[in-house]
Ligand binder design. Structure first.
Ligand code: 4AD
Ligand code: MG
Length: 477
């Protein structure tokens, strides 16, 4: 007989048939009711054992965490809490689990504890729901781009360039780091390194994606990116996944339209396809919220928040307008912000971003036209000579979720900007070539995938939305 998944069984209309199912025991109650889960759904299937028909020694092995196989009849449930259940006829333990030492007990565990047991945490409802949503969101992203005429491009992971110019890179080398070869002036001789030059893990696939946009038209990357920024926050990872669309002949306004439509579409996809998981996470969050003081409680439930984003326009605000709002805001005047906004030109911290989104506009915000000197070199300079065609999308509870720009397509200005921050032209000769041969207006953005997963699941720590988080001092598993 072919095994069915729990999800398939729970969605069966035909009862009174013999079925086979495999999964892990969540609980075994009263020597009679097994709650079985196989990861296919948040719901368990109840398997009813008539203990008189089974060996006591066998029943003792039905412990939380054990892998078992069951054959039996799918019937209408006698009890409350489920519609159907399996009357067990055959029971086999595929893999025992020692109840004394199994870390995932049928009780509430802290997320810290589960992070230390990240290899088993997807056996809990919360983490299985989060990771099913993560999978679904990735699919929705590919689906959106596929349906909108984009090509999926794989940018290299190992690269010689620092796209963001922030110097937050992990070096890639096969030199003996304890004894590196030296040049005459005492520096490391990278000509002897594997690639004959200094290389690092990519911080962004954008520069390479631009080369493809300038030939294939509409492309996107979706891959791992790495940043050696030593910021131990709930929103930063050293290894995270980024989605970077890049489109030829598209300006900043088009870029905003694309980003907004794209974000709404992928959120809509999970609202439609991941209802059970979202309902579970919605309830989890509501329960958490009840424990907080009134003032800190969220005005919207998780699902309301997701609907709100898909149903409302993102507010588009220039950096200059934002600075005015912030300068005159209560927390700024009362010196409640850690970083007080005095002057135009200040970089926005996450406290400011969250104020704009959560307190002032109360909706997602697209900030654009930032001061040139706080943004990356590749962004297109505006006619005012001091701002660039940058855009950041800010989300409630998250802050910056997207960063993007119209790119500088004018060779002379790009060269000037590179010279100003000492990027040698030789290093990016191929990037400059795009401006020499058929240059054109083009734009793109980067969406931090884990920040999207945080938003869609209501999880508050980025370490809980990626299978095995990489953060400072932590690369377990
Ligand atoms: O704003 P960022 O640095 O932009 C770029 O890398 C551009 N090259 C994108 C582009 O235009 N193609 O990063 C983009 C997004 C951020 O908005 C944030 O959501 C996420 O990537 N991000 C991080 N996510 C997790 N951990 C980190 N350390 C992150 N750094 C950025
Ligand atoms: Mg950014």
């Amino acid at each position: 007989m072919q095994s069915k998944t729990v999800s398939e069984l729970l969605n069966q209309d035909i009862l009174f048939q013999e079925v086979e199912v495999k999964g892990w025991v969540r609980t075994f109650r009263a020597n009679r009711f097994i709650a079985l889960n196989d990861g296919s759904t948040i719901n368990n299937i109840q398997c009813v054992v008539d203990f008189e028909n089974f060996d006591e020694a066998l029943l003792k092995r039905i412990t939380t965490g054990a892998a078992i196989q069951i054959k039996g009849d799918l019937v209408e449930s006698q009890g409350k809490g489920q519609n159907i259940e399996i009357q067990v006829k055959e029971l086999e333990v595929l893999g025992d689990s020692d109840p004394e030492t199994y870390p995932i007990q049928p009780k509430k565990h802290s997320f810290e504890f589960l992070r230390e047991n990240a290899h088993l945490r997807t056996r809990t409802n919360t983490f299985s729901a989060v990771m099913r949503l993560r999978s679904s969101l990735s699919f929705a992203i590919h689906k959106y781009f596929n349906e909108n005429g984009f090509y999926y491009m794989h940018a290299p992971i190992i690269t010689g360039s620092d796209a963001e110019g922030a110097g937050e890179m992990f070096q890639v080398t096969n030199l003996n780091v304890a004894n590196t070869p030296k040049t005459e002036d005492g520096k490391v001789d990278y000509s002897q390194d594997f690639f004959g030059k200094e290389t690092n893990l990519t911080v962004s696939g954008q520069l390479e994606a631009e080369t493809y946009a300038m030939s294939l038209g509409k492309v996107y990357t979706f891959g791992p990116t790495f940043r050696a920024e030593n910021s131990n926050t709930s929103r930063h990872l050293a290894e995270f996944w980024m989605i970077e669309p890049e489109v030829a002949f598209m300006d900043l306004a088009g870029n905003m339209d694309l980003a907004e439509d794209f974000m709404k579409s992928v959120i809509n996809y999970v609202l439609e396809h991941n209802k059970e998981d979202l309902d579970f996470l919605d309830k989890r969050l509501a329960d958490e919220d009840k424990k907080k003081p009134q003032a800190e409680r969220s005005p919207m439930s998780l699902i309301e928040k997701l609907n709100f984003v898909t149903e409302n326009n993102f507010k588009r605000v220039s950096y200059t307008e934002a600075i005015d709002i912030l300068r005159n805001s209560k927390p700024n005047k009362k010196k409640k912000f850690k970083y007080i906004i005095d002057e135009w030109g200040a970089d926005l911290q996450s406290e400011h971003e969250r104020f704009l989104v959560e307190k002032h506009f109360k909706c997602p915000v697209i900030l654009f036209d930032y001061p040139a000197n706080i943004k990356a070199f590749y962004m297109r300079l505006n006619d005012d000579g001091k701002t660039v065609r940058a855009m950041d999308i800010l989300f409630p509870g998250i802050g910056e979720i997207v960063g993007g720009a119209q790119r500088e397509e004018r060779l002379d200005i790009l060269k000037e900007k590179m010279a100003a921050i000492d990027i040698p032209e030789e290093d990016l000769w191929w990037y400059l070539d795009l401006r020499k041969f058929g240059t054109a207006v083009h734009s793109g953005f980067g969406l931090g995938f884990e920040r999207l997963v945080m938003f869609a699941t209501g999880m508050s720590n980025i370490r809980d939305v990626i299978p095995f988080p990489r953060t400072p001092q932590n690369a377990e598993f």
